[in-house]
Design a protein around this ligand. Structure first.
Ligand code: 6R9
Length: 652
């Protein structure tokens, strides 16, 4: 990697940013040497109803395992995101909504309007019998009502579980069932790149086989004619019309659950990652402020901030909704995609709304980079001052393009490494403090203690490469896997006892910079979205013609990783191109378009050890087209299988 290139902190940033290099060093030292004192102070960024006395009560060890922060304090997150801003900035914009089609009018909501909409919807939920601790599933497109629905749940202490609107009825249904939610919030349709997504129809299909849902609240977005089920379905606008805009906020314990978000792991079905209220709020408020240097301009006008992630992913939760609103920001919410109507779309939105901070995934940047610089250069982008990257490693080439072409060599890039499980940023540059190395997420956030271990679990020191773990708790950490606390411990704390295991590999250089090398478990990262290979395999084997399937990642220029599926069909089946297409569509339908295999190879048999274990290492090598060096194949039950796979590799 190009360790050599360094972009030093620009002078104005060092002078004007909230955190400069000296402050970073001092604050970081304090955060790990005196976590009690450090977090007691940081937690002051929130309005607490009842102040906490205990700061940290955490242990990663099996006998004493538990993660609790600020545990005896109480608060309501929406009081912090909305009510407390009303006096000073009730009429300031909170959300700018940029629609899929640039010809559709923009919508803006002030803090007062967002507060009102949230209270009305929260009252509706209460009227519908939703109580503190109940789970509410949200399956909405990127519209302001998605934020309203989240906040309304938080208002009354209900736990929201957002399912990305690109997921299939099957994936939606299993998530509704897993968290046992009996209320679903959706829209008639979503819109992405001019295409309609049949959300309500998907909900209807999901509920045919899954769960015990008694109420579906549907937002009319495109106005499509969709059937409503009498006694079950409510029209959002009609239902909120009679609700009051006054809704007392539920007093929540710091450790009361805030939301569940399903994410893929290396085994089994997706896990319901559970985050609680107090620690999560401190974490996303703090990281949004420090990482993006988010604060009002000297004349006290707010900065315009745009995180292009969907609310269906954790980035949307923490950095479209909760973090920015905690800090009284203007948050841009984008319904569309980077290439519609054309490849200038992102940068036109930047100019249209005078965006100052822009945060997106490398996969989108790589797709745009391929189309040439003109799409960027014909826009001004003069308001941009800071760029961010999230979701996957950003290759130095894409980094330099982002820096030079998008940012005109003027804007620092914060490459933020974190996970659904971590709640917010864990390893990231701070723009006024950290010299940038393209491709490196650089240095730990306050309170984060990364360590690199070898395969035996021994900690490595200095410059090294190995498994990335975090050695002590931080406030934004997930608290459990919903409904399966044993799985929480097993997944994250049993591989390297005493540490949180991230699932990522990492290199640390001689300057102490961290370089994430990607997942080292059976998780692949496709366009910044996490997919468990086991999930795709389970979907494939549900097909009557499939006897066995093995899925691995393959390098992909745009998506980072693509999906390579090996399929053994049932005997008597003819492995035709039609069947290949059918199976690819099948996975799409079972999970969603993001899980569509890029390559599907029919394999009369898979390479297995004598004990029957599939040797994924070999499958990965073939998928990577790295066939000169397959390593030791002597433990295979039938080494001939490999020759057959090599001979029948489909053209890609
Ligand atoms: C926020 C989010 C988490 C996985 C993580 C890692 C990869 C995320 C990254 C990055 C390198 C970055 N990842 N950010 N890798 N550099 N800046 O993406 O959460 O969907 O749970 O994915 O994404 O592999 O383990 P999530």
């Amino acid at each position: 990697m190009n360790d050599g290139v360094i972009h030093p902190v620009p002078e104005t940033w060092a002078k004007e940013a909230l955190i400069d290099a000296g402050t970073y060093a001092e604050k970081y030292r304090r955060s790990v040497q005196d976590p009690e004192g450090f977090w007691r102070e940081e937690a002051r960024r929130l309005d607490w109803l009842k102040p906490f006395t205990t700061v940290k009560n955490t242990s990663f060890d099996e006998a004493t395992f538990g993660i609790r922060w600020f545990e005896d304090g109480t608060l309501n997150l929406t009081a912090n995101c909305l009510d407390r801003h009303l006096a000073a900035r009730g009429d300031q914009t909170a959300i700018i909504w940029e629609p899929d089609d640039p010809a559709t009018p923009v919508r803006t909501l002030t803090y007062r309007q967002l507060h009102e909409a949230t209270c009305r919807f929260a009252n509706l939920l209460r009227a519908e019998g939703v109580r503190k601790g109940d789970r509410v599933t949200i399956y909405l497109p990127m519209v302001p009502e998605a934020a309203v629905a989240m906040l309304a749940c938080a208002r009354i202490g209900a736990i929201h579980s957002i399912v990305f609107a690109g997921f299939s009825p099957e994936a939606l249904g299993s998530r509704i069932e897993d968290c046992d939610s009996d209320v679903v919030i959706t829209a008639d349709e979503g819109l992405r790149g001019g295409k309609r997504v049949p959300l309500k129809a998907n909900v209807d299909a999901a509920l045919e086989h899954h769960g015990k849902v008694r109420r579906v609240i549907m937002l009319r977005h495109t106005g499509a004619d969709v059937p409503m089920i009498e006694g079950r379905d409510l029209d959002w606008a009609t239902a909120v019309a009679s609700q009051s805009t006054d809704c007392p906020a539920e007093e929540m314990g710091a450790e009361d659950p805030l939301f569940i978000l399903y994410t893929s792991g290396s085994t089994g079905k997706p896990k319901g990652v559970l985050h609680t209220t107090g620690g999560y709020a401190v974490w996303v408020g703090m990281t949004h402020e420090y990482t993006f240097d988010y604060r009002p301009h000297p004349d006290s006008t707010p900065q315009v901030y745009w995180c292009a992630a969907d609310i269906g992913w954790v980035t949307g939760h923490s950095y479209v909704v909760y973090g920015p609103l905690l800090n009284g920001a203007i948050s841009v919410m984008f319904e569309g995609v980077p290439n519609y109507p054309d490849f200038s779309r992102f940068w036109q939105v930047v100019d249209k709304h005078k965006v100052e901070i822009f945060y997106a995934a490398p996969t989108a940047l790589r797709a745009l980079m391929r189309e040439g610089d003109d799409w960027v250069k014909k826009t001004s982008r003069s308001t941009l001052r800071l760029l961010g990257s999230v979701g996957e490693p950003i290759n130095p080439e894409a980094w330099e393009w982002y820096y030079n072409v998008v940012g005109d060599a003027r804007c620092p890039i914060v490459d933020t490494w974190w996970q659904t499980e971590t709640g917010g940023h864990m390893i990231t540059p701070l723009p006024g403090a950290t010299d940038l190395k393209p491709g490196s997420a650089s240095k730990p956030m306050f309170g984060v203690q990364p360590a690199i271990l070898d395969s035996e679990g021994k900690e490595l020191h200095g410059a090294c490469e190995g498994a990335l773990v975090i050695s002590d708790s931080w406030p934004g950490q997930m608290r459990t896997v919903y409904g399966d606390h044993a799985r929480f411990f097993q997944t994250y704390f049993s591989t390297f006892p005493g540490h949180y295991f991230t699932g990522d590999g990492c290199r640390r250089d001689e300057d102490g910079y961290y370089w994430i090398t990607g997942r080292i478990d059976d998780v692949i990262n496709v366009s910044g979205h996490r997919m468990g290979t086991a999930e795709i395999e389970s979907a494939l084997v549900l097909h009557e013609r499939v006897a066995e399937a093995a899925v691995v990642g393959m390098p992909h220029d745009i998506k980072g990783q693509g999906i390579y599926a090996y399929v053994t069909t049932t005997s008597g089946t003819e492995d035709s191109d039609d069947l290949r297409k059918e199976l690819i569509q099948w996975v799409r339908r079972e999970i969603g378009p993001i899980a569509t295999p890029d390559v599907l190879q029919f394999a009369p048999s898979l390479p297995k050890t004598r004990s029957g274990k599939i040797m994924r290492r070999i499958l990965r090598k073939i998928a990577e087209n790295d066939t000169g060096n397959l390593g030791d194949t002597s433990t295979l039950a039938d080494p001939g299988v490999v020759d057959d796979l090599l001979a029948n590799r489909p053209k890609t």
